[in-house]
Design a protein around this ligand. Structure first.
Ligand SMILES: N[C@@H](CCC(=O)N[C@@H](CS)C(=O)NCC(=O)O)C(=O)O
Length: 155
């Protein structure tokens, strides 16, 4: 059986979830840029960012101060980087382990939902427990998929 084809519904499930996670990861960088722009190019991180330029005609030292508004998006981005690549790889291995379609849908769409809710919790400053719950669900799904693939592929 060919695993990585549009004829395999488990692969299609993976491809949809993986593409959504690409958009989340790339979009997070743009949210940081948007928040920097909105705050008058606050939340910059490098001394050279204070050189006068067309984008930043009136640089001032305050621009290097940590801005929670901008840094929150950076933290979200870092957290995505700690979780989404693991999903891409474990998800692909999971496809090769040929799980039933329902299990692929629950785990893969479950991961997407968990990351979306983690982003919502982070952006809207929910209590730590709320954000941690969604992080935990996503993380456990990735760990489960990797273990499942290991067990099946090792035979
Ligand atoms: N690098 C993470 C590892 C653990 C983790 O991802 N925790 C979740 C739930 S508390 C989180 O949202 N951490 C905040 C973050 O990474 O900015 C950390 O230092 O918090």
């Amino acid at each position: 059986m060919q695993y990585l084809t549009p004829d395999n519904p488990v692969f299609v499930t993976y491809a949809i979830a993986a593409a959504l996670m690409v958009l989340k990861l790339m979009g997070q960088g743009w949210l940081t840029v948007y928040r920097m722009m909105k705050s008058g190019w606050g939340g910059m991180v490098n001394p050279e960012d204070l050189r006068q330029s067309a984008l930043n005609p009136h640089p001032h030292d305050d621009q290097l101060e940590v801005s929670d508004y901008v840094d929150r998006s950076r933290r979200m981005h870092r957290n995505d980087l700690e979780n989404i690549p693991g999903f891409w790889m474990a998800g692909l291995l999971f496809v090769f382990a040929a799980p039933p379609l329902w299990l692929a849908q629950v785990t893969m769409y479950g991961f997407v939902l968990a990351r979306a809710l983690h982003a919502w919790a982070y952006l809207s400053k929910q209590n730590h427990e709320v954000r941690a719950t969604f992080y935990t669900v996503g993380s456990l799904i990735v760990i489960y998929m990797a273990l499942h693939a290991l067990v099946v592929l090792l035979g």
